[in-house]
Design a binder for this molecule. Sequence first.
Ligand code: GUN
Length: 287
Amino acid sequence: MQRHGRPPGLGVVLAGNNPASEVYVRNKLKTVTEAGCRAELFRLDVEASIDAALALVRQLNENDAVDGILVQSPLPAGMGADAEQRVFDTIDPLKDVDGFHPLNVGLLVQKRQALVACTPLGCIELLERESIPLRGKHAVVIGRSDIVGKPMAMLLLHRDATVTVCHSRTANLAEVARTADVLVAAIGRPAFVTRDYVKPGATVIDVGINSLTARAEVERCFTEGSRKRAQFAEKGSVLVGDVHPNVEEVAGALTPVPGGVGPLTIAMVLRNTVTAAELRKDRGRAV
Ligand code: GUN
């Protein structure tokens, strides 16, 4: 971590107080710090203007002690509909640990060296560590977001999978999903992918993390007497992915929620922070 004379530094921007974002940011800061990097949190008030967010990003761009910048999404609604795009466009591409800057997105599409979005990178790491073959396999990604669906499709394509990207307007979604050898669910809808979406033996990656508070939904997802039902009775909420838990009975492998993709996303924030520090040492070489 000290090869370049100082530990890599990450600046995290958190605007507002979205409870899920608070948890994600805390976990990112903890992981990066525990690995020996420096990580600093920069908070903006929920009422802060888009100009304040842009000014903070520019300041971090200029700060030589900061190798990586991560602006947690979503930004407060008051910053405007195009706030995220404007903020991500302003981050120095060499410090863009989320890989959201259009330059990094373009480099990824062309299979060139780039900083790549952390969640898709984490999914690939899971697949590779489990030796799940991708070459010539059919990978179906449900979800077309800039954060997960699109970069995920590119990474799978670059590993020689045949990739289909599905979304809310896809006709016969279950039928298409059922042809997948590798199915990635990133739609943000609780337990959306049910058994009829999954070919027996398929590998299923569940990117979703949804908090259930409605009893009927909890009862649809979890069987009577299960630990999750007890957790709901105690806390009034319980986490479920985008994949129904009983998909486990048909899938060859299924990532758990929580404890599946989430920790890998955070590990990739750490990896990208180190990569960004190395890229900056050689500014101009890669990008
Ligand atoms: N919000 C949800 N996922 C992400 C992510 O990977 N990066 C950032 N910056 N915000 C997010």
